[in-house]
Design a protein. Sequence first.
Lengths: 80, 320
Amino acid sequence: MSSKDLESQIKKIESLKALAFPALSKLARINGVGTTWDERAGGYALQVNLLDDVTKSLPTSFEGVPIVYRLIGQITPRAR
Amino acid sequence: MKLQTAIALRDELINEFALRPTFANSPSMGPGFRARRSTPPPSIALGIAPADAKDDDYIIAIRDQQQDSEAQELIGMLVSRCRGEVDLRKMSILQLRNVNVGQVRPLEIGFSVSNANVPSGTIGLFVNRPNCKERYLLSNYHVLVDEYFSSTVITQPGSDEKTGGHDDVATLADFVPISVGGVNFVDAAIARIDKSVSNQRNILASGVPIQGVSNVQAGHIRVSKNGRTTGLTHGLTRGFGLNNLSVAWGSGVAFFNDVFEVYSPRSDFSAGGDSGSLIYNEYNEGVGLLFSGGIELSTGHDITYAIPLTSVLNALNVYF
């Protein structure tokens, strides 16, 4: 895939993040939506951080873009 | 057992035996990290260990860090639930390494610093402001700002390891307020370095000065940081442009937009006390300011979160 194609993927995902967050928030508790590299698809994907392990009941793509789910625990500031 | 089975069993046991801390907020207290309290779980760690005999065969790793009758009883139940397929070892409570905690003059990036009333973090960079000869140190808001505004004194080393002599090095000068319950783009502040305190240029742990600024717009970028607690570590970027990231903040939650993730496949990229560390790429360009972290529950990996350095420099109108 050319770098132009990859840039275009990133742009598409950037534009979808604001739509994906409210849509997926209806289905699961979400802690962040961003862009990540998807090894299996060999391209960029929407990254959705989940607070609960409910991946199996969630869609695998959004508006044609693959979704990579990450199960992340509570995030805290890293002061001592 | 197969790896996936072992992971599922470990997670099931952690839930069943309540082997992770539960957090509770105290709404009667004001903002600030002191308002958080947690209920400690038994000091028994669970994980996965490869079995000796054959490949693709795993057992449950049990690490007893409590070693009393309560732990013995609980471990008995865990071993029974695992049908004896365990790797059981007794261990002491682990200590963080606390690498860069000493007093250092001239001041250096990567070393302990904090507001006198706030837990320690790390000096990220030395910066300047336009039309101003004074020099400033840059770190996180939650490292340099006392949320009760009772002190503007900045000490090196930070409050957790004061030496008792000539630790005051700077005065809080500017910050971007954190909106608890609202959306934030940076967690950053600067402090004016006292004229009597010298500071090194922005020399990275590799011995090379920082070579400029770059943005993280891809995964798998090799990055490094040098911080108060874990010292020099290396990792890879993963998610970027992350929005709506909720970070536990005192008695509430602060949301952050446009942050990126770093992880290390071998060990933790950061730990408590590394807040404020500069994250830089393999070309020695600054890419981010470390500010928070969590654990990926499916792998047990530390995931570190950082704010793009360009956003921090722009928000505070500083340069280096």
